[in-house]
Design a protein around this ligand. Structure first.
Ligand code: ATP
Ligand code: MG
Length: 425
């Protein structure tokens, strides 16, 4: 029988790496706390309609990338491809619009998209997501951009490029849409098939086609920012002029950055990292003032961003950023004679109860093998108990860094180890 492997586009993050994920999430939690976002834990699957209405039928995600199935109760269910729609659903479902505004929420966890897997692009990946709901003010846009930048600063990322654009609103976007369509129409036949199929339904997406031929064709296309209505123009100017205040003075306006759906409004932004190759976006965000209505709620302005944890980790590795240290055991207790194993287990128990980490042999292995195992766990100290130590009421302690060894009375050994650990911190 052929061995069963993890499905394409998924991967097991093993112990030599998973601590990096934990580190990134810990920093996310600290940033969330310092900026006043509260964490919500959301379901991994939702009614398919939430995404088809909340992200939009004419997007890649909804058209081609969703994991959708009919459950045993005959409902169409989708594994979430993103968090914003769930955040807004949750906000509405729990009447958060009736309380003080704005509401700042964050969440994280696995997302699912049926994509072509490559470096930095998976079918199951982790995102962290921050949203501010109930605030139409450009200060909220700046706050989310600041949140992402502060997150990356704390994670030690450098050389990030902030790209920003405005996708307007239902008042000014249709005018731009027509201008863009007229521009494209002249040479429509020269665009790729995907762009041609988007021409009618979602022409703004033609601007973010990755194919060089299409990019060349749209090089001199009209820019959305030149067609903004007064309100969107004022909003965009407030955001861009505020960027230097939050240390993003090298942010660049990118006319190709679009969402292209009616419920995405005004600000769209991305943060790029060179280390990621062609999957270069470490974060994507923007404003979605009409999303709550699109999923059947009242008008609730919102703005936020999502960032891929895998891409953060890849960038941190590429830049040699500090990620804390791989977890290591403080103390490994070696059983020097088989009869001492219960004593060793009791000591390990006491050490852990005193707040240190400890491990021991569970396989009746020779002392030499145990010592090897001890160094492979990264243990700082090794305790040795055999029949001689039991008879003498002592424990041998070896400092693995200096190689020094001493004998300590059994009764005081835990205190002695705690002292050593404190000093060697
Ligand atoms: P891309 O243009 O790379 O496909 P996107 O616009 O689809 O990105 P968003 O929906 O804005 O991405 O998601 C926010 C972030 O989530 C991205 O900037 C990226 O860091 C991460 N991300 C998106 N899709 C994937 C994926 N398939 N695998 C890993 N990370 C992803
Ligand atoms: Mg994508």
């Amino acid at each position: 029988m052929e061995a069963i492997k993890a499905p394409r586009g998924t991967r097991d993050v093993l112990g030599d790496e998973s601590w990096k994920w934990a580190y990134v999430l810990k920093v996310c939690g600290e940033v969330a706390r310092d900026f006043g976002y509260s964490e919500v834990l959301l379901p991994i699957f939702e009614h398919t309609e939430l995404f088809s209405r909340g992200i939009g039928d004419a997007t890649d995600v909804v058209e081609k990338e969703m994991y959708t199935f009919i459950d045993r109760g005959d409902r169409s269910i989708t594994l979430r491809p993103e968090l914003t729609a769930s955040m807004v659903r949750s906000y509405l479902e729990h009447d958060m619009n009736r309380g003080p505004q704005p509401v700042k929420l964050w969440s994280s966890g696995p997302m699912f998209r049926y994509e072509r897997p490559q470096k930095g692009r998976y079918r199951q990946f982790q995102q962290v997501d921050f949203e501010i709901l109930g605030a139409a003010n450009p200060l909220a846009d700046l706050e989310t951009i600041d949140t992402s930048m502060e997150l990356y600063r704390r994670l030690g990322l450098t050389n990030l490029q902030v790209l920003i654009n405005s996708v307007g609103c239902p008042k000014c976007r249709p005018i731009y849409r027509e201008a863009l369509k007229n521009f494209i129409a002249d040479r429509l036949g020269e665009f790729c098939e995907t762009c041609q199929s988007r021409f009618d339904r979602n022409p703004l997406r033609v601007l973010d086609c990755k194919k060089q031929g299409c990019r060349d064709l749209t090089e001199s296309a009209p820019a959305m920012v030149d067609s903004l209505c007064d309100e969107c123009r004022g909003h965009f100017d407030a955001v861009t002029s505020g960027l230097s205040r939050i240390g993003a003075n090298d942010a660049r306006v990118d006319n190709r950055l679009v969402r292209g759906l009616d419920y995405y409004t005004k600000t769209a932004y991305e943060i790029l990292a060179g280390e990621l190759g062609s999957q270069n976006a470490v974060c994507g965000g923007g404003r979605y003032d009409n999303l709550a209505e699109a999923i059947g709620g009242p008008h609730v302005p919102g703005v936020g961003f999502a960032s891929g944890i895998e891409r953060i980790v890849i960038t941190m590795e590429g830049q040699g950023a500090h990620m804390g240290a791989a977890p290591a055991i403080d103390i490994y207790a070696v059983t020097a004679s088989p009869g001492a194993c219960t004593e060793v287990a009791a000591l390990v128990h006491e050490i852990r109860a005193a707040g240190m980490s400890a491990d021991m042999d569970y396989m009746n292995r020779a002392m030499r093998v145990q010592m090897k195992h001890a160094s492979s766990t990264g243990a700082r100290f090794v305790c040795i108990i055999g029949e001689d130590e039991i008879a003498a009421g002592t424990v041998g302690i070896k400092d693995m860094a200096s190689g020094e060894q001493e004998s300590s009375p059994r009764s005081g050994v835990v205190a002695r180890l705690a002292e050593w650990k404190e000093v060697s911190k």
